[in-house]
Ligand binder design. Structure first.
Ligand code: GDP
Length: 327
């Protein structure tokens, strides 16, 4: 196997070498402690070159047209001279079943473009871990000069919450009817979303699409606004026929500009970073525990006490952490 130093990887990333970018991401996704050490080194070095992309989350049920949308939207961004990276958070891939997002050949045309980079979801680990690895992948893509980072997920489980935790703007792709406007509302997507795109609007279903829009606007009206002075726009269009995408592009831009004016753009990113810090504190405590044999023994002991259902898990965790601190 090819051995590359961290400086080699960084030079590769900075010079736009997609193969080395891919290798850096593989390093980030690795669970091995020695790889993690290298990943930390890499991330530390690239930090000064990060932060300048627009981070866009995209969700919608399977079949809503996410890949088609990303392909068309991505091409539009390329035409405007931007570089586009596409990442995915797929809750199914963390359950070791087939993946919902990754098992078909996706975005083939976009993938061929020099200024586009597509990376499927990491396939192992738990969802929270996958989201954190995806965020670090996003940072590496920023260091590689990508202007837009699109993060795709499906409307399943906690994945939207995790995507919202690492992005600046959240786009919800919807199809007409199917009762899924209600599902969206129930699952709380409507409270997280910043831009809605009703997809597959073509000649024959214009009226239905307009009705769906009215219903959505009514539902949105009753929700507290997430961003001051922002009314969530509902754009009608067709990802396949490239209709409505320019409007989504404009709305995203307007939203980002508003966040900058409202001084929430950076504030939200800071808050997101705090959440990730908390995640990593827990993660590293577990890692240290597993590396130190004596600690691991205690860890297993208290975990077993909890799993025997005789003792309260939080009490067992507290006793364990107190032992950890004494070490
Ligand atoms: P995903 O599962 O959300 O990624 O959805 P896909 O992008 O794979 O699209 C699912 C199906 O819907 C595919 O057969 C697409 O060709 C089709 N599709 C996507 N966008 C449109 C659209 O705007 N109009 C029509 N008629 N079909 C579309």
């Amino acid at each position: 196997m090819e051995t590359l130093s961290i400086p080699d990887l960084i030079n590769g990333i900075r010079s736009g070498d997609k193969r080395l970018l891919g290798k850096a991401i593989t390093l980030i996704e690795s669970k091995k402690p020695e790889h993690r050490k290298e990943a930390e080194e890499l991330l530390k070095e690239i930090m000064p070159f990060t932060g300048s992309s627009v981070r866009i989350g995209i969700t919608g049920v399977p079949g809503a047209g996410k890949s088609t949308f990303i392909e068309s939207f991505g091409k539009l961004a390329l035409e405007k001279g931007k570089k586009v990276a596409v990442l995915a958070i797929d809750p199914s891939s963390s359950l070791n079943k087939g993946s919902i997002l990754g098992d078909k050949t996706r975005m083939e045309e976009l993938a061929k473009e020099q200024n586009a980079f597509i990376r499927p979801s990491p396939t192992s680990g738990f969802l929270g871990g996958i989201a954190n690895a995806t965020f670090e992948t996003l940072l590496v893509c920023e260091a590689a000069g990508y202007d837009f980072i699109l993060i795709e997920t499906v409307g399943v489980g906690q994945s939207e919450v995790l995507v919202a935790d690492i992005t600046d703007v959240f786009v919800f792709l919807k199809i007409i009817g199917g009762g899924d406007e209600l599902q969206g509302i129930k699952r709380g997507i409507m409270e997280m979303v910043d831009v809605i795109f009703i997809n597959k609007v073509e000649d024959e279903n214009q009226i239905k699409a307009k009705n769906t829009k009215v219903e959505l606007m009514r539902a949105l009206h009753f929700l507290p606004s997430k961003e001051k002075s922002w009314k969530v726009p509902v754009v009608l269009g067709s990802a396949l026929n490239k209709k409505g995408l320019a409007e989504v592009y404009e709305k995203i831009d307007e939203f980002i500009q508003l966040k900058i004016r409202n001084e929430t753009f950076e504030a939200v990113r800071k808050h997101q970073a705090e959440k990730r810090f908390e995640y990593w504190v827990q993660e590293y405590i577990l890692q240290v525990t597993k590396q130190e044999k004596s600690l691991e023994k205690y860890y297993k002991h208290h975990k077993k006490n909890a799993s025997d259902l005789k003792s309260n898990p939080s009490t067992e965790a507290k006793i364990f952490v107190e032992k950890l601190l004494k070490k």
